[in-house]
Design a protein around this ligand. Structure first.
Ligand code: BES
Ligand code: ZN
Length: 587
């Protein structure tokens, strides 16, 4: 592995590398701190090594000077006793009222991309992989879970009201995959290697929603090779969880907004399962190469859809993905370097750089290569071989590309015709628009165009039958298409509610787009509904655009601002920071 510097870490990753991390935590809900001790086992990579840099709070490095010099190949264990800040950006501390059960407090972490340093003094670079053990002391009535295997639990010898949970992660992994949850959670077995965890109120609902987990795991193994992490559990998070899903090893975190009641949003699980290979086993060397994690993961996720459902579904998802890419490019601006597949992240906050670009420009590139090189089976063969070669390691875009040329050594002339610079280092849309099959999308496009073209006198022709012909993904796509058009006249939107009854739809992906359509049409009744959705759940994909949409309806800008300010203290720290920026608060 060539050591490269990490623009998102203060650590000198070329001087030393963490091999193992041993964590001891005492979880204090009153003070909202983790009191703890970490022992880092470091391998020295350079002679005359005596000082290491770590960053604890996000902005400031912690320098440790050793009382002796070490040489290359030696190991040292550094022990640090510390307490986290109540405002640590990796952590959200929830009061009982912010949980479903309303009785117990709850704590969860979200370390990706650069927040692990706020909870553990560590190198916090994805270029460094290590194993970890942990012991977590929590109040007896609560359960602790981590991104690792369970290693038993014992009464806390120093406090009879507490229990200590033990964890063991024997597979080396980057620090951004360390995760912890403490709350009143229960579990149900949903497969030979899977349980689903959540507060007891929705654990049965969750077990139903995610019943296809083992089939997805088996399908992924048939595509990408053996699953090396042992257990694959799911944890349904409190509503404020900022992402759709997070691929924490052995324990995927998932937003409750995927509980649609009909398994129609379980694609998120296929995505997080796929990270078990691309992301967790083969990891981006630094966050500039994030597309290697997400692009390949989306590619495998859609291959799972192809195997379990149909090629038509994969094609349909490709169409939806291209639209997501267009939205991101419009949002950032087509000249913004953050729309490059491989962006420069010096002086850039990874949370602010986050978008659909690495996912969908990444997927578009892989799909384009698939078409050039011989189709899905052939290209999946390459992806599997890439995984085998780089398993347990980290990779840069350059290394990925070199291996692509090696694997397809007989097709180098084809690869040389690809405009690599345009794909990787140029802002805006992908240079080639894939031609996807439109079998599943046609009905969505047709209905969207009927609404867009409809005159006042045509409105009577719409009936509830229009949407009965669409399945759930198609209804979402129909709404997404409408959002790409000019705002509909208010009369149209009101008619749409009358015939399709969309205000009472629970499916979060449908509801989110519907409420945006309504606010854009300046339907005042939708404003409180949009703000309700923006605050009752905190998935940033929904919350940020909903706040922005209301804010852009000038009559309600202040309403959006005030709603945000009233709720700010209870929001996830990263969500609060980004919504504040979106609403132009504090410069
Ligand atoms: N690893 C990501 C979530 C993430 C990325 C968190 C960067 C923090 C920083 C996860 O696998 C993901 O992509 N989630 C998506 C799911 C979707 C693509 C199915 C999400 O949250 O929407
Ligand atoms: Zn992902």
């Amino acid at each position: 592995m060539t050591p490269v510097s990490d623009p998102s870490s203060f650590s000198t990753v070329s001087k030393c590398a963490t091999k193992h991390l041993n964590l001891i935590y005492h979880v204090d809900f009153d003070k909202r701190v983790l009191k703890g001790k970490v022992a880092l086992t470091l391998e020295v990579l350079e002679d005359k090594f005596s000082s290491l840099f770590r960053s604890l709070s996000k902005g400031s490095p912690l320098e440790i000077t050793l009382p002796f010099e070490l040489s290359r190949g030696q190991h040292v264990i550094v022990e640090i006793e510390y307490e986290t800040s109540p405002s640590a950006t990796a952590l959200q501390w929830l009061t009982p009222t912010q949980t479903v059960g309303k009785k117990h407090p709850y704590l969860f972490s979200q370390c990706q991309a650069t927040h692990c340093r706020s909870m553990i003094p560590c190198q916090d670079s994805p270029s460094v992989k290590h194993t970890y053990y942990a012991q977590v002391s929590v109040p007896k009535e609560l359960v602790a879970l981590m991104s690792a295997l369970h290693d038993g639990q014992v009464p806390d010898p120093s406090d009879s009201s507490r229990v200590i949970y033990r964890f063991r992660q024997p597979v080396p992994m980057p620090s951004y995959l360390i995760a912890i949850v403490v709350g009143a959670v229960e579990s149900r077995k949903i497969g030979p290697r899977s349980r689903v965890w959540s507060e007891k109120e929705n654990v049965d609902e969750a077990a139903f929603e995610f019943s296809e987990t083992e089939t997805m795991l088996k399908t992924a193994e048939s595509l990408a090779g053996p699953y090396v992490w042992g257990q694959y559990d799911l944890l349904v998070m409190p509503p404020s969880f900022p992402y759709g899903g997070m691929e924490n090893p052995c324990l995927t975190f998932v937003t409750p907004t995927v509980l649609a009641g009909d398994k129609s949003l379980a694609g998120v699980i296929a995505h997080e399962i796929s990270h078990s290979w691309t992301g967790n086993l083969v990891t981006n060397r630094n966050w500039e190469h994030f597309w290697l994690n997400e692009g390949h993961t989306v590619y495998i996720e859609r291959m799972i859809a192809r195997c379990m459902e149909s090629e038509h579904l994969r094609q349909f998802k490709g169409i939806g993905g291209w639209k997501e890419l267009q939205e991101s490019v419009n949002q950032f601006g087509a000249n913004n370097v953050l729309t490059n597949l491989v962006p420069n992240l010096h002086e850039v906050d990874t949370d602010e750089a986050f978008s659909s670009v690495p996912y969908e420009k990444g997927f578009a590139l892989l799909y384009h290569l698939e078409e050039l090189l011989g189709g899905p089976e052939v290209f999946m063969g390459f992806v599997k071989s890439y995984i085998q070669l780089f398993a347990y390691g980290t990779v840069t875009t350059e290394e990925w590309k070199n291996y692509l040329f090696t694997y397809f050594k007989d097709k180098v002339d084809i690869l040389n015709k690809v405009d690599w610079n345009a794909w990787m280092h140029t802002p805006g849309m992908a240079p080639v628009k894939p031609k996807y099959d439109t079998t599943m999308a046609d009905a969505c496009t047709a209905l969207c165009q009927r609404w867009v073209k409809a005159k006042e006198e045509d409105l009577a022709s719409f009936t509830e039958e229009d949407v009965k012909k669409l399945n759930s993904p198609q209804l979402i796509e129909f709404m997404a298409l409408l959002l790409q058009e000019e705002p509909l006249p208010l009369s149209h939107v009101k008619k749409m509610q009358e015939v399709y009854q969309l205000n009472s739809v629970k499916n979060a992906e449908v509801r989110f787009r519907w409420l945006r359509i309504c606010v854009r049409a300046h339907w005042e009744e939708a404003v409180p509904l949009a703000l309700k959705m923006a605050t009752e759940q905190g998935r940033m994909k929904f919350t940020r655009p909903l706040f922005k949409e209301v804010y852009n309806f000038s009559k309600y800008s202040d309403k959006a601002l005030n709603t945000f300010k009233e709720n700010r203290g209870a929001l996830h720290p990263v969500t609060a920071m980004l919504v504040a920026k979106d609403l132009k608060i504090n410069g």
